[in-house]
Design a protein around this ligand. Structure first.
Ligand SMILES: CC(C)(COP(=O)(O)OP(=O)(O)OC[C@H]1O[C@@H](n2cnc3c(N)ncnc32)[C@H](O)[C@@H]1OP(=O)(O)O)[C@@H](O)C(=O)NCCC(=O)NCCS
Ligand SMILES: [Zn+2]
Length: 253
């Protein structure tokens, strides 16, 4: 193999084509949605599958337990596709069909904004979000979880921290191919989505990240930009919900 070509999961350094941020505005009801969104979903799968804080590449469903998936980073997944413990076949942690279904559902929510970063024709990053009430966020962030692993008091704490705020802008996802990171491009994606949100009547962000191991977004938003902790999950990943005002965020852009 050409030493500079890279592999699917560890791509070669980028070309000199220009990089542009734009809004992805295909409606989830559009029959072309899956086709148009597929390159964004593939980028999502690659980023979360190779990032060391997430390692959401492959999973063995037979060995996984609630809150404790048996998972691998794409970069060190079993080469024969078989689980080292049970010998069963491993699956994609994030199947493209599931990412597309989640995108369809989340982009159909109120005030949804999706921004995409492309180099030439290729999608190299994406981010999206939507707005929700404190109670809607409580439901979204604890959906399907057993009571003992839920984040406690999401709605009540948000109402106490931000009195009078009825809708929050939820920073749902943000991801960028590894070879483009640490050059200010994640911030460009964030800024493109922020412009979309700021045009609505929204003033406070909410997001979820994790501390074990710390996601880049924890370092970025909590350590760097001073987001405030709303509540913590009692789980092994030490997931955490953070919030900050648009006013404070605007000063960083
Ligand atoms: C999160 C992500 C999109 C950031 O993209 P990026 O292009 O590397 O970020 P930028 O270079 O634009 O930096 C944005 C800010 O984060 C800070 N930052 C970025 N990476 C950091 C790191 N590893 N440690 C500490 N701070 C970091 C930068 O200093 C910058 O802050 P500033 O505005 O105060 O200078 C990218 O790291 C990524 O895709 N990570 C994997 C997926 C992920 O974790 N997504 C978030 C899930 S909740
Ligand atoms: Zn197994």
């Amino acid at each position: 193999m050409d030493a500079h070509a890279g592999t699917d999961h560890h791509p070669a350094a980028s070309s000199a084509l220009p990089i542009d941020a734009s809004l992805f505005e295909v409606s989830p009801d559009d029959p072309m949605f899956d086709r148009e969104a597929r390159p964004i979903a593939k980028c999502y799968q690659l980023v979360f599958g190779t990032d060391r804080a997430w390692s959401e590449g492959k999973i063995c469903h037979a060995c996984s337990r609630p809150g404790a998936p048996k998972k691998w980073n794409f970069l060190d997944a079993p080469p024969d596709g078989r689980c080292s413990d049970c010998g069963g076949e491993v699956a994609d942690f994030w199947p493209i069909s599931q990412i597309l279904a989640d995108m369809r559902q989340e982009l159909a929510r109120p005030d949804a904004v999706c921004a995409v970063l492309r180099q030439g024709e290729a999608v190299i990053g994406g981010c999206w979000g939507f707005s929700a009430t404190p109670e809607g966020l409580d439901e979204h962030l604890n959906h399907g979880l057993a009571a003992h692993v839920c984040a406690p008091d999401v709605a009540a704490t948000l109402r106490a921290m931000y009195p009078g705020v009825e809708r929050f802008a939820y920073q749902d996802e943000i991801f960028l191919r590894p070879e483009f990171q640490r050059q200010g491009l994640g911030k460009r994606l964030f800024a493109a989505r922020h412009a979309g949100f700021a045009a609505r009547d929204l003033a406070v962000y909410v997001m979820r990240t994790k501390r074990n191991p710390p996601s880049t977004s924890y370092r970025w938003f909590r350590d760097g930009w001073g987001y405030r902790t709303v509540t913590d999950y009692p789980d092994a990943d030490q997931r955490v919900i953070l919030a900050h005002t648009f006013e404070a965020v605007s000063r960083r852009l």
